[in-house]
Structures are given as C-alpha cells and as structure tokens.
Ligand binder design. Structure first.
Ligand code: ZN
Ligand code: ZN
Length: 361
C-alpha cells in the first residue's frame, strides 16, 4: 500500500509499504480522508519534535529510524475484523479513530486520564501507523462509529473537534455564558463552533489576521477584534458590562500577549483554559489571578469526548463542511498539502488527504 513516511525535517516520501495484516483485537481500516494538522506541519518544518527521534517511543518501541507514518485525524471503513474484537464491528462500518496512545499503567492512566499519560503517544506520530496511508490497523478500542448522514469528510475532522469539546468541558463553561477565544487558527475555529453549539451568549474572537477572523466569523463568532488594533480587555468590557468580563477565555494562540489579554478579560472568578503548546514559558501576572480569584487550567487532547462529538455531528448541531479548504490525493501531500499550508496557512482551516484516491466517498 502507499503511505506517507516521515524521515526527518522536510523529508516525507510517499512509499510502497506492506499492507498491515489483521491481528487479534484489531480492525483493518481503509482510510477515506485524513486531515493535516499543525502538529504534522511542525514535524515537517523542524522535526522531529513529538516524533521519537533517536530514543524509541516507550509504548510503541518505534523511532524515526523505522520511518514514521504520519496522520492522526482520519476517517475510514472497516475492511476486516480480527479475532477477539469486542463490540459488533463488521466489514463496511464507517469509523474514526481516537489517536491517543497510552501506557495503561501510570498514575494518570490508572486514574482515568490516559490523555495525560506519562508516556503519552499518538497514532500517526509515535509509530504503529497513521492515517496518511491506504490502511491503518486499529486496536478496536480506538474506534468510534460515524453516525448516519455524516460524511466521511466531516468525520475526518472529529479529532480536532474532540480537542475543542474537551477544552470547553474542562473550562467548566455553561450554557448562556460568554467566552473569549484568543487565536482563530483551526482549534480557535473548532472552539467557536463548540461554544456556539453549546449555547454561548457571546463568542468574542481576538485574532490579528483578517483572513482568520473571517474563518471565525464563518464558524459563528459574534464579535471579532484584532489585538493589533484593539485593546481586547476594554472591548470585552464594552460587550459584557463596564466592570464585568467574560466567564471563560480560551488561549489558542500560544503567545504571551494573548495570554495576558485573556486573563485581564475574565470576570471575577472567571477561568482561562489554555489549549496552546508553548515553545517558551510565558510570564504570567499572578496578581491578576489573586485579586480577582481567577483560574488558569490546561487541557490536553481528549478523553471520553468522542460520544459528544459523534452526537453533535450526527444531530447536525455542528457541521464542519465549511472548514474543508481543499481535498487532495496522497501523491500531492507535500506540494499541495504541507508546502501550501506553510506558504498560505491563513487561507486554510483543514486540507483533507484522500489516500485511496476515491474522492466519491
Ligand atoms: Zn492534530
Ligand atoms: Zn500511562
């Protein structure tokens, strides 16, 4: 089968590799669509970062020397069901996979937080295959059924949608509350969709790029500001009440100014939820937390969020069609996928790759 194999920065090749053979407890999934994520882009640009370089990943035992098949945001259909598979999976079932790989032994895993595992890994990053290939051999426990009426294209975006659903849940957000989203990249846009679907009274966006602001507007954001032109905490108070602020803020920019504006935009006892991964530690004015009794929380990946995601997609509460900016065959992955995203990132939310070449699905 054809697979996109990552061998280091700027080195991804479409290679002919062995099609995986069915194993007990696994289902062989024929990949329909796989999204390219910012994480993949970072690996391509300046990796290996999360991809295990010289030291093999402690759970998968794989490293860069083996060649890593990328792709963790994908949908497909089951082609073969292995022995001893729990659940009623059968050939032809439409599925998405949950990409978190965990050790099942550490404190986090034992306490139901495998998304915070000490040996955390990911399908399509840590080895054992990925979605930028014609087939993926999936442990049955990673599978979730795609509801009827939801296209496999939309379903391919259920992974980043799960990240947003998890972040909103972790923030303690309640229906009717107001929210500020700092950064309108793909995750900022997914967060906006989730907040609107869950009944936010106001979703305010802070994003310097006008192209990205227009994507957030498409996602349903109520108010859009540029941190380069607007004093964000002041604009927030014009919208919420002169001494009030938002109930929750989401840091999805990974930038100190955005973090600071997010904290200052919170009401008393408000919560800032950080979804960004930081390359350098930011400075935080702790007195802004102390005297207003505000909280900062973190959220990583997802855990038990896929049922909510599948229900939101299946019921039509969330539609993601307008987030697909291009669909490309696997052969065009580097030129029309990675290079396009590096050069024209702002014009895209999601580029989907179709490894089988059958774009009728
Ligand atoms: Zn991702
Ligand atoms: Zn663990």
């Amino acid at each position: 089968m054809k697979a996109a194999i990552y061998r280091g920065a700027k080195d991804i090749r479409i290679e002919d590799v062995d099609k995986p053979t069915i194993q007990p407890g696994h289902c062989l999934v024929k990949v329909a669509y796989c999204g390219i994520c910012g994480t993949d882009l970072h690996e391509y640009e300046s990796g290996p970062i999360l991809v295990p370089g010289k030291t093999p990943h402690p759970v998968t035992g794989c490293s860069l020397a083996d060649g890593i098949c990328l792709g963790h945001e994908f949908s497909g259909t089951i082609e073969e069901v292995g022995d001893n598979v729990a659940g009623d999976w059968k050939r032809g079932d439409r599925v998405v996979i949950e990409a978190v790989i965990s050790c099942k032994e550490c404190y986090a895993c034992r306490s139901g937080c495998s998304n915070a595992c000490a040996k955390l890994g990911f399908v399509g990053i840590s080895g054992l295959g990925g979605g930028l290939a014609e087939y993926f051999l999936s442990p049955a426990e990673y599978l979730h059924r795609v509801p009827e009426g939801v296209s496999l294209r939309q379903a391919a975006m259920s992974e980043p949608l799960a990240v947003a659903v998890h972040a909103v849940r972790r923030s303690g957000f309640q229906k009717g509350q107001s929210a500020l989203v700092l950064g309108a990249g793909p995750i900022g846009c997914f967060l906006t969709k989730v907040l609107i679907a869950q009944g936010a009274s106001k979703v305010i966006i802070s994003e310097p790029s006008s192209t990205r602001r227009s994507k957030a507007a498409l996602a349903g954001a109520h108010h859009l500001f540029s941190p380069l032109e607007d004093d964000i905490p002041a604009r927030v108070r014009e919208l919420t009440g002169s001494d009030e602020g938002v109930d929750v803020a989401f840091e999805a920019a990974g930038n100190e100014r955005a973090l600071d504006a997010g904290i200052r935009s919170l009401k008393v006892r408000g919560t800032l939820l950080n979804v960004s991964v930081w390359s350098t530690p930011p400075k935080v004015d702790m007195n802004e937390l102390v005297f207003k009794e505000r909280s900062i929380l973190g959220a990583s990946c997802y855990k038990d969020d896929h049922p909510t995601v599948m229900h939101a997609l299946g019921s039509g509460l969330i539609r993601l069609d307008d987030f697909i900016s291009a669909v490309i065959p696997l052969e065009d992955l580097v030129d029309k996928g990675f290079r396009e995203l590096l050069e024209n990132n702002e014009n895209h939310v999601k580029i989907l790759v179709c490894p089988s070449g059958d774009m009728s699905l």
